[in-house]
Design a binder for this molecule. Structure first.
Ligand code: FAD
Length: 418
């Protein structure tokens, strides 16, 4: 450790970070602009300010006035939470850490000039962090690529108005109706999320419309995360209610009748929730950052610097990491990236082998939850974060884990936003 100060973090598991020694000697270390104030971007902003002791100027560009959390948003569908419960202000983050904020959308990145274009003017940077989450791909589903269709068939895979819309549709659904959720092939944001959604919708229907059915059309050959735990929860808590159909590729959607056709089945629903395939988002694709299949962004996992453009870093769901795309992962990546930038902008070498953890809880009803935890360590030979020793999965759903899941959420919200 020698000349380095040491910090330890609870929120990301046993994460250790050090601070550059030159930071105290310098006056200013330059400007980092962050596109996106979600889980990854907001975390990077806070830790860049902290680890540079305010010597790095940080400007976040984010179109939304409030932070709405995707984690816990499935509980809005069951009525256990409201959208207000998962909506937070950015004020504490700005005030506590001196983060500058521009409420706007970035329309283009110009790596040659080290500039980004906003709807009102341009902004220059020394380093840029792109933390724009996911975009939704409608090439195979053109009939859903408009506002009207998404009003009728919301994905609700970005918490906000679509989450509320889906909840209202469930409330209006008749007893004996059919709710269908479709899951894209991996990789997509939050692998266990759709199965947790099936649990929360089943919980609501069991208590309010018990003759109803849930159909899960999964493009994957099997449940992609916590499989035995979800299978057991469905069997124990919702017997006979959930039809799980693997290897179900969506071929056609009739918006008016909420009917979907797959290779094997035709399913007509009262409420249809299609979660489309995802990519790194329009800006990452248009700027050329999404160099893996025009879909995801390749980075150096020691710094999160793009493999395409120098001085541009990408964190969160947009990264081609081969790891689960989660809020916990986005905040861990944000901390590694912020720490590396504090070193690089001080003229020092960053940590050559970062380590972090990912924990993911899923709520199976109003009392019990399950989790999986993994630890990842940077492997220089393969340039990727590889599973390391540690981690584990629940033996069974429990009330204890429900409480822990609630603390996980409180902890990450407070870490990211204050
Ligand atoms: P986001 O948090 O989506 O942030 C991206 C930000 O970029 C947004 O605020 C957006 O407005 C902004 N942006 C986009 N484009 C632009 C632009 N052009 N200009 C400026 N700003 C822009 N993860 C967990 O760890 N645990 C869970 O329990 C969990 N549950 C989930 C449940 C559901 C239903 C869903 C959908 C997801 C869940 N996740 C969970 C996954 C988690 O939400 C994502 O992995 C996480 O939000 C990724 O963080 P991010 O910073 O990459 O993207």
């Amino acid at each position: 450790m020698q000349r380095r100060d040491i910090f330890k973090y609870g929120a990301s598991g046993a994460l250790w970070f050090s601070m550059p020694s030159q930071v105290l000697a310098s006056k200013k270390l330059g400007r980092v602009v962050i596109i996106g104030g979600g889980y990854g971007g907001a975390t990077a902003a806070k830790y860049l300010r902290m680890w540079s002791r305010g010597k790095i100027e940080v400007i976040v560009v984010e179109p939304n006035a409030y932070f709405v959390s995707c984690p816990v948003s499935n509980l809005v569908l069951s009525g256990e939470k409201t959208l207000e419960d998962i909506t937070f202000s950015f004020d504490l983050l700005k005030q506590h850490h001196g983060v500058q904020w521009i409420q706007d959308t970035v329309t283009a990145i110009d790596p040659e000039r080290s500039e980004i274009r906003l709807s009102k003017g341009t902004l220059s940077y020394d380093r840029l962090i792109v933390a724009t989450g996911v975009g939704f791909m409608y090439d195979g589903l053109p009939m859903l690529n408009n506002k009207d269709a998404q009003q009728q068939i919301p994905h609700a895979w970005k918490a906000g108005p679509q989450t509320q819309n889906l909840r209202k549709q469930l409330e209006a659904m008749p007893d004996g109706g059919v709710f269908t959720v479709t899951i894209p092939a991996l990789p997509y944001r939050c692998p266990p999320g759709p199965y947790e959604r099936a649990c929360q919708v089943a919980f609501y229907l069991k208590n309010h419309k018990p003759k109803s059915k849930i159909v899960v059309l999964d493009a994957n050959p099997a449940i992609t995360s916590k499989r035995p735990l979800f299978e057991r929860a469905w069997q124990d808590l919702y017997p006979g209610m959930i039809d799980y159909l693997p290897s179900s590729n969506l071929l056609e959607v009739d918006v008016a009748t909420r009917t979907v056709k797959t290779d094997f089945d035709t399913v007509k629903s009262n409420v249809l929730n299609i979660i489309p395939p995802q990519n790194a988002g329009a800006l990452a694709v248009a700027s050329g950052l999404a160099n893996v299949g025009h879909r995801w962004c390749q980075v150096d996992f020691r710094t999160y610097e793009s493999k395409v453009f120098p001085n541009i870093h990408v964190i969160g769901d947009a990264v081609d990491s081969g790891l689960p795309k989660s809020a916990h992962m986005a905040t861990s990546q944000a901390k590694v990236c912020a720490n590396a930038l504090a070193f690089l902008m001080s003229g020092e070498a960053p940590d050559p082998s970062p380590v972090f953890a990912n924990t993911c809880y899923s709520y199976v009803d109003d009392k019990a939850a399950i989790h999986v935890t993994s630890v990842y360590r940077y492997d220089a030979a393969e340039n990727r974060m590889k599973p390391a020793e540690g981690g584990g999965i629940s033996a069974h759903a429990s009330a204890q884990e429900f409480r822990e899941a609630q603390y996980w959420a409180l902890n990450i919200w407070s870490d990211v936003l204050s």
